[in-house]
Design a protein around this ligand. Structure first.
Ligand code: ATP
Length: 133
């Protein structure tokens, strides 16, 4: 069956590097599906998920934060600041991060702190969402 190589990396680790049949990614323009032979494409990735359709028929879902996707002829490369497979998500850590972020948002009067906390909250809520899928 037609397939292509998908590589997903963060600054400190390689999360995935293997053949797949299809992948769905949440870009800044909405969710897009990449199939073998997709035209070259570059886009920003939003906090969300990457769903991978493996060649053995299984699927894998990865929670990611912002990054970039580069679809090339030979390979699709996704670079994200953070990424965790569903099975690697520490749910109590994510819930704790939600509490910490909400506390900063409600108590701080420094805009930059609030902005950082809002992004932290969005990443943590996304992890909870993926964990529960
Ligand atoms: P925390 O306060 O829990 O560290 P954070 O928003 O500061 O949350 P991030 O900056 O999004 O964390 O991620 C930092 C690193 O920790 C990344 O390598 C990310 O993959 C990992 N990470 C963060 N939260 C979780 C989680 N709930 N489960 C697994 N790995 C996580």
């Amino acid at each position: 069956m037609a397939n292509f190589n998908l590589k997903i990396v963060t600054p400190d680790k390689e999360i995935f590097n293997n053949k797949c049949l299809k992948t769905i990614v949440r870009t800044e323009h909405g969710d897009i599906g990449i199939l073998p032979g997709h035209v070259n494409y570059l886009s920003m990735i939003d906090i969300g998920f990457i769903k991978i359709f493996l060649i053995n028929g299984d699927t894998e879902i990865i929670a990611v934060s912002n990054g970039i996707i580069n679809v090339g002829f030979e390979e699709t490369v996704i670079m994200v600041f953070t990424g965790e497979s569903k099975k690697d998500i520490d749910i109590s850590r994510a819930k704790n991060a939600i509490k910490k972020a909400e506390k900063i948002i409600s108590s701080s009067n420094k805009n930059s702190d609030i902005l950082m906390a809002e992004l932290k909250l969005k990443r943590a809520l996304n992890r909870v969402d993926i964990y529960n899928k």
